[in-house]
Design a protein around this ligand. Structure first.
Ligand SMILES: [Zn+2]
Length: 320
């Protein structure tokens, strides 16, 4: 090699090294932003340690009226992938994300890709006149399984180098969700038929009940998310006495004073611990997961309504 070609060789070698460095920089972990904690948890169980994951909606917050803060912009602006429920649950977050998104960022609306508009449910807290459907699809495990498949496909598309990793984890997790789904069916079927009725404060169970054989006989929270009026409360107390439901259910995120009062006046038990977007347990505890949340909800319903939660025993709630 003469001096000139040696020189050329070095230049080429440096260029290759620089290019390799650039590829390495591009092979950074996928940056994902999510909204409510059950969805964050589904993504965690598929993405594992190959993704950087940040949930915007803090635990214990009313996700329906949640407005992101200016400090959330840095997360939204860094996201390669925004994964959220959709069905118009997170409109302020979606708008802020669209205004600040990084070039090439992908948005995945799980609910909208899971059911069609025809299947949207409207009810007392989510009336058709307001146009926003009941968004709580993830409390039906069959829908959560579809969410997992959509999450898997989005991760593979954005990060094909880790395809086998994401597919393996999604498969393992789906096997666990099939088990959970069956166990919930078995547990709910142990509740005497006349008691398989849910009257709740927060209207979360619209998609759960059709799958697991219960009936939502009412929800108390008005569509404004304000407290119900005294007149509405009186109507509910009459309804409760007529329906003969054994218990009414509140949720962790919403205050329970009114429910207590309604329960007392109607002579039914009041249980305050159902959850739809707030995971049980401390951060890092095994039950602090989507599966843990579903187990706790169904355990509560089954036992309070006169059935048995035996079928749920042995289901591991911990993250993969
Ligand atoms: Zn909710």
């Amino acid at each position: 090699m003469n001096t000139v070609s040696k020189y050329k060789f070095y230049i080429a070698a440096v260029a290759i090294l620089l290019a390799a460095g650039a590829v390495e920089a591009r092979a950074e972990k996928l940056n994902i932003v999510t909204t409510v904690s059950p969805i964050t948890n589904l993504v965690k169980n598929v993405g594992g340690d190959k993704v950087i994951l940040h949930g915007i909606v803090p635990e214990g917050t009313n996700s329906h009226t949640f407005e992101p803060s200016p400090s959330d912009i840095k997360f939204l602006a860094a996201a390669d992938l925004l994964i959220y429920n959709g069905l118009e649950l997170e409109i302020p977050t979606e708008n802020l994300a669209k205004a600040n998104k990084k070039k090439g960022a992908t948005f995945l609306k799980l609910g909208d890709a899971t059911i069609s508009r025809k299947e949207w449910l409207f009810d007392f807290s989510f009336p058709e006149s307001h146009g926003h459907p009941n968004p709580h699809l993830w409390l039906n495990v069959a829908h959560a399984m579809k969410y997992v498949e959509l999450i898997r496909d989005a991760l593979v598309q954005r990060d094909p180098a880790n395809k086998a990793y994401y597919e393996g984890r999604a498969n393992d997790y789906l096997v666990r969700l099939v088990k959970l789904d069956k166990a919930i069916m078995t547990a709910m079927a142990t509740i005497p038929k006349k008691n398989r009725k849910l009257l709740t404060y927060h209207d979360s169970w619209a998609y759960f009940c059709p799958r697991y054989g219960c009936e939502v006989v009412g929800a108390i929270q008005p569509s404004s998310f304000a407290d119900p009026s005294p007149r509405e409360m009186a109507r509910l107390i009459d309804q409760l006495k007529a329906q003969k439901v054994p218990a009414i259910f509140g949720s962790e995120v919403f205050p329970s004073k009114i429910m207590n009062q309604i329960g007392k006046e109607a002579g039914v038990k009041f249980i305050s611990t159902l959850r739809d977007d707030d995971l049980p347990g401390e951060d890092g505890a095994p039950e602090n997961s989507y599966i843990g949340m579903m187990l706790e909800n169904v355990r509560t319903m089954a036992t309070v309504l006169g059935g048995s939660a035996e079928a749920l025993k042995g289901i591991d709630p911990s993250n993969q």
